[in-house]
Design a protein around this ligand. Structure first.
Ligand code: XMP
Length: 525
């Protein structure tokens, strides 16, 4: 655990899909917080963490289930404010002498409205405006099967909803607060205000900034790594670049970056990355041209998961080779972000299901005797960009659209061939050039071309063509977890299709992908 330099808030995670959003809301308030799973928080941990306040997250369990997740008993005797959310409310009431009931007919999922009771409390300051046209009720987002049926002694009811009579409760004397809904999600419009009130009541100064995160992260990296050597997989994307610069700042030349050219990069990408990191940042950098290895192993492979796993496995092999070549690196650094984690692993007993095996998380075999350094593991993309700015990375670089570790492989559904990759590279470059020329690059979270596993018939210059079809994708998003397609004008799309077909031999048809996420994902595979 890190040295205690800021007031700290502890989030005890009971396995909710949205626990990380609680941390986000708190960081927006410049409050330092850490998320720890309930089963790793005991009384000794509480003493050493010394939180100024505690939040219990939601979770998928029921307090009635055998072995239901519980907070350590001592948390209620620390004399610090506690906020319980959803399951966190239920477990708080259960522990303090209230009652929870199975939700026969009272389950609530999605939008609900909470109305105030006559009892007021500063935790709701800024809530329930009576002149906002909604008669003082507030929209909240619920997701609960069980509900509290009797509040614990000392608690008061501050708000109710049709199926949650104890939607907002407080024990003002002990500074315990508990709500049935999720204030951390967008669909609870005043949710952020509730967190703001909570941390204000708990006495936080709001002095934790990205600069502070940087210092904290550097200290953690030094603590973790000691005098050992680290290699960092550099992809040229924002995440691994920020991770590399941060780690370099922490441990200098104990870090060697390995840039693996798997033959699945975009046009001119390898040269740009090598120039920037070797020449500009002066970092020890190995440029590993392994395109034959990767493309050879991917020959004939069309299953998306097999592709991802193959690429993950080869990355590891290449890293292992270079870990030895730098004289025994024992740590592998990666720019893994929180969305990669939540979509790839299940919290024990939690609900997060595997959607895709992200190569930078799922591909790490046990046998690889290296420890991981992942300083961005708890950050969202926009936070990584803020950290990159803090570290002095150029704006143009930080603003680059994300590019996935498996590269063009997952933009080439079906079998991957060098011919297809070459066409894709050139088409993608034209598409991005169009977007830049029209001044749209920064309005878009991510844009790319994908080459479809089909040929179609066309006519060019009075002759028949039988060439590849491309899909263009562009999405808006805040964190990559949900996304919407970008509404280009028809003129833009028409002009772009024409340019691609004229400038890139081998393409005779262009589609635009209008799928949001969900139900689609951003990448095609
Ligand atoms: P999906 O396709 O899952 O993508 O909606 C969400 C975001 O993650 C990127 N992505 C990856 N990034 N390794 C990465 O580093 C991966 O295996 C990977 N797969 C998807 C994707 O480009 C988008 O920004």
């Amino acid at each position: 655990m890190t040295q205690n330099t800021h007031d700290r808030l502890l989030i005890i995670d009971f396995g909710s899909q949205v626990t990380q959003l609680i941390a986000r809301r708190l960081r927006e308030l410049n409050v330092y917080c850490e998320i720890h799973p309930f089963n790793r928080v005991d009384d000794a941990f509480l003493r050493s963490f010394a939180p100024k306040a505690v939040i219990f997250s939601g979770g998928p369990a029921s307090v009635f289930a055998e072995g239901a997740p519980m907070p350590p008993a001592g948390v209620f005797d620390m004399g610090v404010p506690i906020l319980g959310i959803c399951y966190g409310q239920q477990v708080m009431m259960h522990c303090l002498g209230g009652k929870v009931e199975r939700g026969h007919g009272t389950a609530e999922f999605g939008r609900a409205y909470v109305t105030p009771t006559p009892t007021t409390h500063p935790i709701l300051s800024g809530w329930f405006d009576t002149d906002d046209g909604h008669g003082g009720r507030e929209q909240v987002w619920m997701s609960h099967g069980d509900h509290v049926s009797e509040i614990a002694p000392g608690f008061q009811v501050l708000g109710t909803s049709p199926n949650a009579p104890f939607a907002i409760t407080a024990n003002p004397e002990r500074h315990f607060y508990a709500v049935q809904f999720h204030p951390e999600v967008h669909h609870t419009p005043k949710g952020a205000k509730l967190y703001e009130n909570f941390v204000k009541l708990a006495g936080f100064k709001g002095d934790w900034t990205m600069g502070a995160y940087r210092e904290e992260a550097i200290r953690k990296i030094r603590e973790q790594v000691g005098d050992q050597k680290v290699i960092c997989g550099l992809s040229g994307g924002v995440d691994s670049s920020v991770a590399a610069v941060l780690i370099h700042e922490a441990i200098g030349d104990q870090l060697t970056c390995v840039f693996v050219d798997h033959g699945l990069l975009r046009l001119g990408e390898a040269e740009q990355v090598v120039t920037m990191f070797r020449d500009h940042y002066n970092m020890p950098l190995i440029h590993a041209d392994e395109s034959d290895l990767f493309l050879g192993a991917l020959e004939g492979v069309s299953d998306p998961e097999v592709k991802r796993k193959t690429i993950g496995r080869l990355f590891i092999e290449v890293f292992e080779k270079h870990a030895k070549s730098v004289g025994g690196a024992t740590f592998l650094a990666q720019g893994t972000l929180y969305p990669d984690v939540i979509e790839s692993v299940s919290f024990s007993g939690g609900p997060s299901v595997t959607i895709k095996s992200h190569h930078n998380v799922g591909g790490l075999p046990e046998k690889m005797g290296m420890k991981l350094v992942e300083p961005l593991r708890e950050l969202f993309k926009d936070e990584v960009r803020a950290l990159g700015r803090e570290l002095g990375l150029p704006d143009a670089f930080i603003g680059r659209h994300p590019f996935p570790g498996p590269g063009l492989a997952i933009r080439c559904p079906g079998e991957i061939t060098r011919e297809k990759l070459d066409i894709l590279r050139r088409a993608d470059a034209v598409y991005i050039d169009q977007i830049r020329k029209h001044g749209l690059y920064d309005d878009i979270w991510q844009a790319f071309a994908a080459i479809l596993p089909m040929r179609t018939v066309g006519v060019m210059g009075d002759g028949r063509t039988y060439d590849y079809a491309l899909a263009l994708r562009a999405v808006t998003s805040v964190d990559g977890m949900t996304a919407d397609y970008y509404p280009f004008t028809h003129d833009f799309l028409g002009e772009t299709a024409t340019r691609i077909i004229n400038e890139v031999q081998g393409v005779n048809r262009v589609f635009y992908d209008c799928t949001s996420k969900p139900p689609g994902t951003i990448e095609l595979e």
